[in-house]
Design a protein around this ligand. Structure first.
Ligand SMILES: NC(=O)c1ccc[n+]([C@@H]2O[C@H](COP(=O)([O-])OP(=O)(O)OC[C@H]3O[C@@H](n4cnc5c(N)ncnc54)[C@H](OP(=O)(O)O)[C@@H]3O)[C@@H](O)[C@H]2O)c1
Length: 254
């Protein structure tokens, strides 16, 4: 039985841009109340303004414990409870294995993995009251090996493993935990990390498009449809749902 979106309360970390913003727009359009967060006030406030009063923006850094607590409280107040935590926020880190700096590695694990775990822990008492859901975000980087992307790929592998363990742990409370694994979607993720200019990023997206079986990169809204299934499907838990236009199939010209 799929639940109705109307009246749901969602907390979407990283909801000011990219896939998180697309997911916020999708759920607001279908009648949910959504709280989004990010460190850049201008980005989340612009997104919330465009979505109207159903979307509440909180300037917060999810690696800071007091920010996480404030964020959770504001989400529960704004939505009148919590039906879903969508852990979209993440940072990218690439580099050759021999040149990685330990503090950079710890930082990306803090943002992508540790903060998502801590927020999930904070969400459990609220989700238990609504038999709600947690969504974690993996990546095609766990299905295809991109040289130089070991830090980011490792965080995403951790999240896929956590999906199963946390699902088993909170299943008795009827909380569902799943992982959305997207293919390439044009966003600022790599640009924010200072890895590519916008022009270089656009060229990379054009170059990777033919490696998707469906011949193109995805959109935030298409990823939101997978998030939607994870949140509303009542007998679905502990799974990774790959939505990637067939990129992970490893299309070969021969
Ligand atoms: N785009 C793709 O091709 C792709 C493919 C596979 C998986 N994914 C995953 O999809 C998710 C969304 O990424 P995206 O592509 O949409 O990139 P994005 O637009 O850069 O979104 C990531 C968001 O996370 C926020 N964020 C990062 N660190 C944060 C922190 N410490 N506290 C609060 N917010 C933080 C960023 O905002 P601030 O910088 O303002 O804090 C940003 O809005 C990520 O989990 C990513 O790994 C993306």
């Amino acid at each position: 039985m799929m639940r109705a979106i109307q009246g749901m309360s969602l907390l979407i970390t990283g909801g000011g841009t990219g896939i998180g913003a697309g997911t916020a727009a999708y759920f607001v359009k279908h009648g949910a109340r959504v709280t989004i967060c990010g460190r850049r006030a201008d980005r989340i406030q612009a997104t919330a303004k465009a979505l109207g009063p159903a979307c509440h923006a909180v300037v917060a850094d999810i690696t800071v414990a007091s920010d996480r607590e404030r964020l959770m409280n504001e989400a529960v107040t704004h939505g009148g409870g919590l039906d879903a935590l969508v852990n979209t926020a993440a940072d990218m880190l690439r580099g050759p294995i021999s040149e990685l700096r330990e503090d950079d590695l710890l930082k990306v694990f803090h943002t992508n993995v540790v903060a998502a775990m801590m927020l999930t822990g904070l969400a459990v008492p609220h989700l238990e009251q609504r038999k709600g859901a947690v969504v974690l975000f993996g990546s095609v980087h766990t299905r295809r090996a991109y040289p130089g992307a070991s830090p980011y790929a490792a965080t995403k592998g951790a999240l896929e493993t956590l999906t199963k363990v946390i699902a088993a742990e909170v299943g008795g409370k009827l909380i569902r935990v799943n992982c959305v694994v997207p293919g390439a979607v044009p966003t600022d993720l790599n640009i924010r990390a200072g890895l590519f200019t916008e022009e270089e990023h656009n060229k990379r997206m054009d170059a990777i498009a033919p490696y998707h079986v469906l011949g193109r990169v995805g959109t935030p809204e298409e990823i939101a449809e997978a998030v939607d299934y994870c949140i509303r499907a009542e007998w679905f838990t502990g799974q990774s749902i790959v939505i990637d236009g067939g990129l992970s199939l490893g299309l070969s010209p021969f």
